[in-house]
Design a protein around this ligand. Structure first.
Ligand SMILES: *[C@@H]1O[C@H](CO)[C@@H](O)[C@H](O)[C@H]1NC(C)=O
Ligand SMILES: *[C@@H]1O[C@H](CO)[C@@H](O)[C@H](O)[C@H]1NC(C)=O
Length: 473
């Protein structure tokens, strides 16, 4: 995700690489199938990678410095703890944008693919309970919603809208749709996740079905508190992995334009934390639950149609290590980019700088297996990760906006370096999966979002008044 400086320098490299470029393979993802879907090192790869590494290291360093300076101006000494805090206080797009502003719902930019999404996962480390929620605000009062729950000893539950994901957006002050509400109480520190409404009892559906299934009333409320620093993909990622991904591709001025644009239009930051709260399921006793997991906030422009495939691993280990590992194929820019990070138990963070994983070898045929193993390095350490996917917990969502894409959210047990257990998930996205299109998905979201059930009575909630105002009390 280089900026202007890198673009200019890259063009320089381009002329430097001169002859080498002419003998390059054909671009990836060409129609006709004569070319590879995922680019592999061609001639001149090492030279290109080396040049990009220099360029990108400078660009990242400059970007961090700008961000640090902007934050320092806004937040005078005393409000943070040193330079790390200054960085982490301002993730996301624009330098100078404070934590308060970033943790609020973002104004949707004027683009058909504008997105403002928050995502929370939580895994109990003592039993099989987990929760996955996501609300992604889109234009026209729509929201992409995910809600998957499993309560140990009771069963699996999902929102009745699934495997579709569109509901209506019900608030401007926080993320709220389909009975789910996600709001920030204290930037980079505390969030609240609440649901009150009907969920469908599992097993998770992979196909659309007219049958409503068994709907039960579920209510939960979680208080999420961070235990890690923020990782901002635009600032904290390791330049080496971008250099590698860019060096795999055929270079042209248009290619660098697309890479630059792609990097500018989307921001994402993540943080790990603990959720404490209660789940109340109709016909069962109220249950207190403690879970750990990641939250992410991603915003800007996200056109799902541009992403051919990705595989994302999110895990938290018993020793306190958290990690995010993604391999993604965007045919117009980089067809094989590995990106991610490790948050170490001592609080340090490091971008992943190498991995042996290959999209071609991970469920490329659309068949998701039970076990996946990848290796990567970050912060000078080597990690070997083994994910054992849980067959019972493999929910699916169809992409309501494109109609064809499908997300597989596979809950997994992890082993780090063959010894340390971990909890988390492996998410697979396929753009061209020929899923069963959801009938009348355009109108269905209206009936399935149930504002009447969204009665939140908790205090300290900015959104409560907002919600309450719509309710006869
Ligand atoms: C990557 O490393 C893991 C574990 O070290 C191994 O099981 C896996 O086969 C390797 N993958 C590739 C593509 O070489
Ligand atoms: C994992 O094991 C390798 C040796 O196989 C070791 O070098 C590395 O430091 C270990 N990583 C962690 C995070 O413990």
């Amino acid at each position: 995700m280089p900026d202007l400086l890198s673009l200019l320098l890259a063009v320089l490299c381009l002329s430097l690489a001169g002859l080498l470029l002419r003998s390059q393979r054909c671009p990836a993802a060409g129609p006709g199938g004569s070319c590879r879907r995922y680019s592999v090192p061609g001639s001149g790869f090492q030279l290109k990678k080396w040049a990009m590494r220099g360029v990108l290291s400078l660009a990242f360093r400059r970007r961090r410095r700008e961000r640090g300076a902007a934050t320092a101006r806004r937040e005078p000494l005393g409000s943070g703890a040193g330079e790390e805090a200054a960085f982490s206080a301002a993730p996301g797009g624009q330098p100078g944008c404070g934590a308060e502003e970033l943790e609020r719902p973002q104004e949707l930019v004027c683009d058909a693919h504008a997105l403002d999404s928050v995502y929370f996962t939580g895994f109990s480390e003592t039993d099989k309970t987990f929760l996955i929620t996501r609300l992604g605000r889109r234009l026209n009062g729509l929201c992409e919603m995910w809600l998957f729950l499993r309560v140990d000893g009771i069963g699996e539950f999902e929102h009745p809208v699934h495997p579709d994901m569109m509901v209506s957006d019900e608030s401007e002050k926080c993320w709220h749709g389909g009975g789910l509400m996600i709001e920030c109480l204290e930037p980079h520190r505390c969030w609240k996740i609440q649901f009150n409404g009907q969920l469908r009892k599992g097993p998770y559906r992979h196909q659309w079905n007219e049958e409503e299934g068994e709907l039960v009333h579920v209510k939960f409320s979680f208080h999420w508190t961070s235990f890690s620093d923020i990782f901002d993909f635009n600032l904290d990622s390791h330049p080496k992995v971008f250099a590698h991904a860019i060096a795999l591709e055929k270079w042209s001025p248009e290619f660098f334009q697309r890479v630059k644009k792609d990097g500018e239009q989307h921001s994402r930051y993540e943080q790990w934390g603990q959720s404490l709260g209660e789940i109340e399921i109709e016909g069962h006793e109220k249950k207190e639950v403690s879970m750990r997991g990641v939250r992410s906030h991603s915003y800007g422009i996200r056109n799902w149609a541009e992403i051919y495939r990705y595989v994302m691993i999110l895990m938290h280990c018993e020793d306190g290590t958290s990690a995010h590992f993604t391999i993604i194929c965007v045919p117009a820019t980089t067809t094989h980019l590995t990106v991610g990070y490790v948050l170490f138990p001592n609080g340090k963070k490091a971008g992943i700088d190498w991995s042996n994983a290959s999209l071609a070898e991970i469920a490329d045929d659309g068949i998701i297996r039970d076990v996946y193993q990848v290796s990567f390095t970050a912060g000078g350490q080597f990690f070997e990760v083994c994910a054992k996917l849980d067959k019972q917990a493999h929910p699916v969502v169809y992409n309501g906006l494109t109609g064809t894409g499908v997300f597989h959210e596979c809950i997994a047990d992890f082993q780090l370096n063959r010894t340390v257990p971990g909890w988390g998930l492996v998410e697979f996205y396929y753009r061209d999966a020929v899923g069963q299109l959801i009938p009348n998905s355009g109108s269905r979201w209206k009936e399935t979002s149930i504002p009447a059930s969204s009665q939140f009575t908790e205090e300290h909630s900015q959104c409560t008044s907002d919600v309450g105002a719509k309710e006869p009390s």
